[in-house]
Design a protein around this ligand. Structure first.
Ligand code: PMP
Length: 405
């Protein structure tokens, strides 16, 4: 049984007042809060096991290394990767995309080749590809979207051609919550001999992801958006591709031997993990996964779907509200504007009522431009949000409207 009140109690930060009002946290797409199980695990680790990994022969170092590698195993099973060494720890989604753009780009992208990104991407799944295109004299092409922020799949298929080397698309768009049809995108790309990276930053905390059944070549996500620490993330890549592409950064841990004449790189996954990894962050991801699994990924998805429907219906009952990304195929975020009221004003008034929402472009300027606006208010949910949170948002928005009437 999904028990939101019990879940909420696991997140200590939610139990506080802001400006004398009970906190209503509706900014989980920016970062999720952390359950005490994760916080305690990190504290316990620093209090009893901490030592640098892959370095020492002493007890603590061996234990730290074991915990780090166990976390890789947990992540591997969580997304159903085939091999543990397909899991690369990065500092987040951004670094995972940059790693791919660099290493894949060095190996596979040449002058005149094309990279496809969706119009509704987060900047971190646009700019690294743009940088690659500058470097290689390649061409960045854009998959168009319709007025709801849904991708035009037929147009996408027409863009695929022998020069298309890679397609980079979000599983779920962060600025609208729209779920992209990634299976169809991946299958069409593969039929064209094109590789695919999926940005899963907004997906893994809301639904079960299976990289083998998706058959994507790369899948990226961040710890801090899935109830774990910040400064840690994951790049999944198919083993045969990761083996074939050069490392992203050089340094300790990513080598077998070094001499001034020649360096031999380490095997996977270490080839892509130069320097001291955020091993505590990795351990926090494993604990966050354990926490999500104890609640149940399917249960989380079902609950959040109901909550989104409740929130959408409630907000749509407000006169002259416009929701951007209004479609059935979405998850846990509502991006909106109250007619004539600037998103910052709405956000600042809501803040004074103890309600945390996001305002602005959500690191997706091209998406905002597509909608012909300079930003939205975004309320985003996680498994700990309740109908009462939505009711408070509704009341807050009514206050905003009254103030601007
Ligand atoms: N992609 C998407 C879809 C996101 O929502 C975000 C974070 N807002 C990122 C990429 C970047 O994630 P990070 O800042 O954790 O690297």
């Amino acid at each position: 049984m999904f028990d939101v009140e019990k879940i909420k109690k696991d997140f200590p930060i939610l139990d506080q007042e802001i400006y004398g009002k009970k906190l209503v946290y509706l900014d989980s797409a920016a970062t999720t809060q952390k359950p005490k199980q994760v916080i305690n695990e990190v504290s316990k680790f620093y209090s009893s096991l901490n030592s640098n990994i892959h370095r020492g022969v002493h007890y603590l170092s061996i234990k730290s290394t074991e915990e780090y590698e166990k976390s890789r195993d947990t992540v591997c099973k969580f997304i159903n990767a085939k091999h543990t060494e397909e899991i690369i720890f990065t500092k987040g989604t951004t670094e995972a995309v940059n790693l791919t753009a660099y290493s894949f780009g060095e190996r596979f992208v040449n002058e005149g080749d094309e990279i496809l990104v969706a119009k509704t991407e987060h900047h971190s799944n646009i700019v690294p590809w743009q940088m690659l295109c500058y470097r290689k004299n390649a061409v960045l092409k854009v998959i168009p979207a319709d007025e709801n922020g849904e991708l035009k799949i037929n147009e996408y298929k027409k863009l695929l051609n022998p020069k298309t080397k890679l397609v980079a698309v979000a599983h779920i768009a962060n600025s609208t919550g729209v779920i992209n049809p990634i299976k169809e995108i991946i299958d069409a790309a593969h039929n064209n001999g094109t590789y695919v990276l999926i940005d899963g930053a907004q997906a893994v905390q809301h639904k079960q992801v299976d990289v083998q059944s998706l058959d994507c070549d790369f899948y990226a996500f961040s710890g801090h958006k899935m109830f774990a620490e910040t400064g840690i993330g994951v790049l999944y890549g198919k083993k045969e591709i990761l083996e074939d592409i050069p490392p992203y950064q050089g340094g300790g841990d990513m080598i077998k031997t070094v001499s001034f004449e020649k360096t031999e790189y380490a095997d996977l996954p270490y080839k892509f993990e130069a320097g001291t990894s955020n091993y505590v962050g990795a351990i926090s991801i494993a604990k966050a996964i354990e926490y999500m699994q104890s609640v149940g990924l399917d249960e989380i998805e079902i609950y959040e779907k109901k909550l989104l429907k409740y929130a959408t219906d409630k907000l749509l009952s407000i006169d002259k509200i416009k929701i951007y990304g209004q479609t059935e195929k979405k998850i846990s975020a509502i991006s909106f504007l109250l007619n004539g009221i600037h998103h910052y004003d709405t956000g600042m008034i809501l803040d004074k009522l103890g309600i945390a929402v996001r305002t602005g472009t959500h690191c997706a300027e091209p998406t905002m431009k597509h909608f012909g606006i300079d930003g939205t208010v975004r309320a985003s949910f996680a498994m700990y949000n309740t109908k009462e949170d939505i009711d408070k948002l509704y009341e807050g928005l009514m206050r905003v409207k009254k103030m601007f009437a």
